[in-house]
Ligand binder design. Structure first.
Ligand code: NDP
Ligand code: ZN
Length: 350
């Protein structure tokens, strides 16, 4: 064991504050990492404030981690000291179930061990995330950061990137498909870039007319202001896919109307009940599909990092001093970030 430092919430109503805590010494298959950068995901806010009802305190968020390997256990073969590596939303899984065998550790039938606020599978301790100076993770859950990528802007690929890439890939988005991205925050802006790179015609649905120009810069061909009923109506029956990153309950019905028959509405932002209710006729009458998707497996996380390096795709980030993390949360909730905060861990000192 050794003493690490980081920022954690002590309860759902207290702001994040500095904390000292114990990290384990590397086990035989572990990699110890000095964290250089960590992205700030909206899930961090949901969890710090217990909005999903599954938080465990103290809760140290952070699952878009980039850093440098400082030590490896005796059996590690994939990484070596000095390598630049990343850790995303998971740090372990059962590794033998059908999902794990299929490289879909996120759907582990026994439940993946999340990077924070989940009991470690070996010692039962509460996992602590990347708002920290270091982390110790089993090598299977550590990915390589391609040389071509800027380290800080690569961090959000570990969650925002893989979460938008994986469903677009899974549903086979291809050249000429019409794809709508709902919400342009951390996930949404990456969704635009990936859909565009896959050759789709991309439309951003946003509440904020002021984001139109920015969306086009990200690669969107069209913008629909979702609060404008006329614009929504004009898009009826148009889209093959919708990728929905909206982090709160919202009316799905007007969006479903914009799908053509056989169109697929993919939820990634919402894990609460749908409210207001879904009109089943919106699915039945046009054989539409309402789907969900959770991050992506470890092999696919490596794939998306390599895809970004190959296609010159990068996240738009605002570098953050960790002492401003609570202000950053307030700004994210107000939609005031372009488009991902990334903590510069050099600012973390107790
Ligand atoms: P951000 O806060 O960065 O972006 C969310 C965007 O949604 C906003 O920029 C805004 O876009 C839109 N939005 C926000 N509030 C509302 C509202 N009240 N009504 C309509 N639209 C709204 O969040 P992230 O991109 O980091 O995360 C999005 C969601 O995805 C979160 O719920 C997060 O927990 C979840 N998530 C899911 C994962 C998965 O595996 N399924 C993985 C990672 C995150 P605009 O201003 O353009 O309308
Ligand atoms: Zn996330």
């Amino acid at each position: 064991m050794y003493t690490a430092i980081g920022y954690a919430a002590q309860s759902s109503t207290t702001p994040l504050a500095p904390m000292k805590f114990e990290r384990r010494s590397p086990r035989a298959d572990d990699v110890a990492i000095e964290i250089l950068y960590c992205g700030v995901c909206h899930s961090d806010i949901h969890q710090a404030r217990n909005e999903w009802g599954i938080a465990v305190y103290p809760l140290m968020p952070g699952h878009e981690i980039v850093g440098k390997v400082t030590a490896v256990g005796a059996n590690v073969t994939k990484h070596k000291v000095g390598d630049l590596v990343g850790v995303g939303c998971m740090v372990d899984s059962c590794r033998h179930c059908e999902a794990c065998q299929a490289d879909l550790e996120q759907y582990c039938l026994e439940g993946p061990t999340l990077t924070y606020a989940t009991p470690d599978r070996v010692d039962g301790s509460n996992t602590m995330g990347g708002y920290s100076d270091s982390i110790v993770v089993s090598e299977h859950f550590v990915v390589r950061i391609p040389e071509k990528l800027d380290l800080a802007s690569a961090a959000p690929i570990l969650c925002a990137g893989i979460t938008t890439y994986s469903p677009l890939k899974h549903y086979g988005v291809k050249a000429g498909d019409k794809v709508g991205i709902l919400g342009m925050g951390g996930l949404g802006h990456m969704g635009i870039k990936f859909a565009k790179a896959m050759g789709a015609e991309v439309t951003l649905f946003t509440r904020s007319a002021s984001k139109a120009e920015e969306a086009r810069r990200q690669g969107a061909d069209h913008v629909i202001v979702s609060t404008d009923a006329q614009q929504m109506k004009a898009a009826a029956g148009h889209f093959d896919f919708l990728l929905d990153t909206i982090p709160v309950q919202h009316d799905l019905n007007p969006y479903l109307d914009t799908l053509r028959f056989d169109g697929v509405h993919i939820l990634v932002g919402l894990i609460e009940p749908v409210d207001p209710p879904l009109h089943a006729g919106n699915l039945v009458m046009s054989r539409r599909v309402l789907a969900g998707s959770l991050i992506g497996g470890i092999a696919e996380t490596q794939e998306v990092l390599d895809f970004c390096a190959e296609h010159g795709i990068t996240c738009d980030i605002e570098m953050l001093d960790i002492r401003q993390i609570n202000e950053a949360y307030t700004r994210m909730i107000a939609g005031d970030v372009k488009y991902r905060f990334v903590i510069d861990m050099a600012t973390l000192k107790l």
